[in-house]
Ligand binder design. Structure first.
Ligand SMILES: C[S@@+](CC[C@H](N)C(=O)[O-])C[C@H]1O[C@@H](n2cnc3c(N)ncnc32)[C@H](O)[C@@H]1O
Length: 270
C-alpha cells in the first residue's frame, strides 16, 4: 500500500517531530500562521498538522465537516494541502473566511468554506462542488461538539443542541454518512472528541462516536490516541475549585481528549 505522505522513509530519522506514539502531550497551543485561540472550542493546530503530514501528500485535499474557527484550513495553507470546511454557524464561517484571507498562503493552495448543516443533502452538493474536479478528499478530520459542553449556535441541526446523548450520536452518524462518501478508499479519517459529565456520570462520548464509525464496515480502526488538554479555557484559573469539586464528588477532572484514527477499506468514494 502506498505511504500516503511525503515522508522519505530512507531518511526516517529526519522527522523527530512526527508523533508515532499514542499519547500526545502538547505544552501549549501553537500560534502564528493566522491561528488564534479566540474560537471557543477549537483544537490546537498541532492536531491537524500531525494528521496531514502523516496521512496526506502536498496538493491533496482535506475535508473538515465541523470547521469552527478554521484551524484545519489554516494548517492546509501552511502545509500546502487543499481544504474544504463546513460549519452550520454562519458567524463561524464568516470569521474563518476572514482569517483564511489574511493568513500566509505560500503554496498557493485553494481552500473553500461552506456554510450549512453537514448532514444535509444541500450541503453535500455544495461540498461536491467545492471539492472540484477529483470530487474526493484524501483525509477527513471530524471535530464535532462534545454534545452540549459548549453550545455553538441556535441552529436546529447543531449537534451541541441535541436533546440527549442518543440523539447526539444519531446526528453525528447523519453527518458521517453524508460526507464520509467523499473520502477515497484506503485513506484516513480522524475523529477528535472529548467526553462529558452530566447527572454525576461520566458520559463516554468518545467511545460512543468511535463505536458509531466502527458500525460502518468500510472503516477500520487504526489507532486510539489520547491527547492532553492544556490551557482549557473553562478551567483556567479555577484549578483549585475543580480539584475541590472532584474530591467532594468522587470523580476525576478531564485532562484528555481522543483522536480516533480510521482507514477506509471499503467501497470507492462517490
Ligand atoms: C468543536 S467545534 C470545531 C472546532 C474546530 N476544530 C476549530 O479548531 O475551530 C464544533 C463545530 O461544529 C459545528 N457544528 C455543529 N453541528 C454541526 C452540523 N450539523 N453541521 C456542521 N457544523 C456543525 C459547530 O458550529 C462548531 O463550530
Amino acid at each position: 500500500m502506498p505511504p500516503h505522505n511525503d515522508l522519505d522513509l530512507d531518511n526516517w530519522k529526519a522527522y523527530p517531530d512526527i508523533l508515532t506514539d499514542s499519547l500526545w502531550l502538547f505544552d501549549e497551543r501553537e500560534r502564528g500562521e493566522g491561528h488564534s485561540a479566540d474560537y471557543h472550542g477549537n483544537f490546537v493546530p498541532q492536531i491537524p498538522n500531525q494528521l496531514m503530514r502523516r496521512f496526506t501528500r502536498k496538493g491533496e485535499t482535506v475535508l473538515d465537516p465541523f470547521l469552527g474557527g478554521g484551524t484545519t484550513l489554516l494548517e492546509c495553507l501552511r502545509l500546502g494541502r487543499a481544504g474544504v470546511g463546513v460549519d452550520i454557524d454562519a458567524d463561524a464561517t464568516r470569521r474563518a473566511r476572514v482569517r483564511l484571507r489574511s493568513a500566509p498562503n505560500e503554496h498557493g493552495v485553494s481552500t473553500a468554506v461552506v456554510t450549512g448543516d453537514a448532514a444535509a443533502a444541500r450541503t453535500k452538493a455544495a461540498v461536491r462542488k467545492a471539492l472540484g474536479e477529483g470530487g474526493s478528499a484524501q483525509l477527513l478530520i471530524l471535530h464535532p461538539p462534545y454534545h452540549n459542553v459548549v453550545r455553538f449556535s441556535e441552529r436546529p441541526g447543531d449537534l451541541s443542541r441535541a436533546p440527549n446523548v442518543e440523539r447526539f450520536v444519531e446526528m453525528f452518524e447523519r453527518v458521517f454518512d453524508n460526507l464520509a462518501d467523499f473520502l477515497d478508499r484506503d485513506r484516513h479519517c480522524a475523529l477528535v472528541v472529548g467526553d462529558a459529565y452530566a447527572g454525576a456520570r461520566w458520559i463516554p462520548l468518545g467511545f460512543l462516536l468511535m463505536d458509531a464509525i466502527l458500525r460502518r464496515p468500510a472503516f477500520a480502526l487504526k489507532s486510539v490516541i489520547v491527547k492532553n488538554m492544556s490551557g482549557n479555557r473553562a478551567k483556567r484559573n479555577r484549578e483549585n475549585l475543580w480539584r475541590y469539586r472532584a474530591l467532594k464528588g468522587g470523580y476525576y477532572i478531564f485532562k484528555h481528549e481522543y483522536v480516533f484514527l480510521f482507514q477506509k477499506c471499503g467501497e470507492e468514494s462517490s
